[in-house]
Structures are given as C-alpha cells and as structure tokens.
Design a protein around this ligand. Sequence first.
Ligand SMILES: [Zn+2]
Length: 258
Amino acid sequence: MSLYRTDAVVLGHRNIGEADRILTLFSPEKGKIHAVARGVRRLNNRLLGGTQLFTFSNFLIVESKTLDSISQCEVKESFHKIRSNLERMAYGLYFAEMLRASTPEEDKNYSLFNFFLKTLYFLQEWNDLEVLSRIYEVKLMAIQGFTPEVFRCVNCGNKLSEKIRFSSNLGGVICFRCLKHDVRAVDIDYETVKVMRDFIKKPYRELIHMDLREEIKRQLKNTSQPFMLHHLDKKLKTMGFINDINGLKASAGPTGGD
Ligand SMILES: [Zn+2]
C-alpha cells in the first residue's frame, strides 16, 4: 500500500453503494484521476467538505491496483459561490465536461491545471457567462494545441480582408478566395475575428469588462463552440442543461438573474 499527496480540483462525482462516492479529480501532477471517498455521504463525514464539486483541496490518497481511495483532504478553496447558483453551476459542469473530454487519463499538465483553476475563480464573479464560455472554449483549445487561426487565412495564409468566413473543419478563418474549400463555413465579421484574437492573447482579467454586441456574441457562439466540438469529436451532455437554463431565463424576462 502506498500513499501520495496531491492538490486537485473535483471535476465530477457519482454515488456508489450506500454511502460512497467515486470522484474524478484533476491534479497538476497527475492529471485526471479517479478515487473513491468511502462513507462520504454519511452525516458529518470528514471527507465531505473537501470532496464537493469544484472544490480545490489537498488530498492524501491510498494507491490501489483497482481504485485509489481518499484518506484525507483539506479544503484550499471551496468555490461555494459556484455551487450555490444554478446558472454558475451549469456552466461549471460544462467547463468540467469539456476539460474531461479533451484530456487523457493521468496526463500531468501544470498550465492546464492553472488555467482551469483560474477559470473557476472568474466563474464566481463573471457577469455574462455565455461570453466566459466562448473565452474558455478558445483558450482551452489553444492550451490543448488547437488554437483557431484568426490572424490570417487558415487555408492560403493570406492576410484577412472584410469578406471572410469561419471554418471549423479547416480550423479558422478563410479568405474569400478560399471559400470553396469549405462550403459549410459560416459568416463572421472582421470585428468578431478581432474579439477572438483578444480571447487568445489577453488574460481573463483584461476581458472581464468587455461589452459585446449581441450580433458578435451570436457569431462567437456559431464559431468557437462548433470549432471546439469538431476537435473533441464528442457530444457534451451539459450543453443541453445550459440551453434549458437560458430558455428559462428568457421566458422569465429581462429581470431574471442572481
Ligand atoms: Zn485563403
């Protein structure tokens, strides 16, 4: 029996047996790991606080050939503001699912871990969560090695002019001469392309007060989300959850919010 200690964020969990829970953790040293928290669903269990969804904790883990188990945990940041708000929670689940889908098991990646942790801090405060999602999609793909080409034509390398489209298949913006290379490419304005450049280059703190027109937001959603899904090559279950919540908000009128 060997023990190891690691910092990690709880990306997901599912209940098993009478009182146990299997956690998916994301750690800077070990990447994505699975471990069981035994008895955690019993009242006042000492593991409960540190194993809540999105909590950032330091874990002491017992290694096993079958399934590792959590021996101790100590909360470093609870992120309770995410869990206490249904909308923030839904987006957090979306971010976690995208991370899980784009990361192999036990693959250490310090910059990806720091990026995800930073995203959770901003998720607690961010006003327009749809915009945060677009930034997260673009930044996550960039860290995973799939930066969308938004600086020149992804097909011929030419400088971009006003007449352009975005191709998820080709991986970025195409110029008017290259339109025939992807008939499914979607319209995008040069202004939206510049916003995407900012998403790639600037940190969250410089983007948090960005005020975007509805049309730009619509174009971002039509480009960055399909681009991400094309690279993941998977369906994300949490997207439906977010659409449901946005549908409820829309029907509740403009006063909805937290
Ligand atoms: Zn071109």
